[in-house]
Design a protein around this ligand. Sequence first.
Ligand SMILES: [Ca+2]
Length: 240
Amino acid sequence: MMCVEYMKVQEMRKIWIVMCAVIVVVSLVSAAGAATNIMPNPGAEEVGASPYSGYPQELLSLRGKAAEFIPIEGWGCYPSCGYCTWGATDKEVHSGKYSAFLTVDGSDDRGVTDLNICLGQTDGRNGKYAFTAKANTAYRFSFWLKGDPAPAVVYVRWLAWKTEEGLPEDREWRDTNLIGSKRIIPSAEWKKYEGTFTTAADTKKFVVRIQIPLQAKSQKGQTIYIEDVEITELTEGRVK
Ligand SMILES: [Ca+2]
């Protein structure tokens, strides 16, 4: 009898060890597969009641005029050349109540336009509030976009800062690998776009910028709407 009971205990121990091992493996697999979205307000649903609450005031500029639904936490505007209005709007929505938008208000004195809505908080110069980067790391991004009226072309690029302070002189301008095409031709329907980029050894901060570049004809009034953003670290297991 003693021997049978001992064997039962041993059997139970074996089953318990196997169960624990299964739990550990399942946990590891799900941890590896679950990529965290680092975009804090991906659907542009968190909007402030006042233009002066919450959002870092030093990031708001006269050339990138803030719209009614500002602050829009997690987003930014980089009015490199020309003038625009940006923020959250309930006019065009992919999900929820709001989307983010950028409308071209005009070019600069030379007729040049380079206007960017950013995934990440920046004015295109100050990287202090941008995402903290992991060095030599691939990131994947995706978002939904539509244009109404649409600019002829939109680019997806990223800005890197080589220091934690994110000073303007520490910036680097880089291109992303947009899947399927080097550029976006916006349509009147919502469409999903995705791509990747890889940080350098000295990248400390970053944002992704969706850019309306210089175009030959007048762009005033051209608007892009952006929604449901995802930015994740591209782990080894997901690289194909
Ligand atoms: Ca939304």
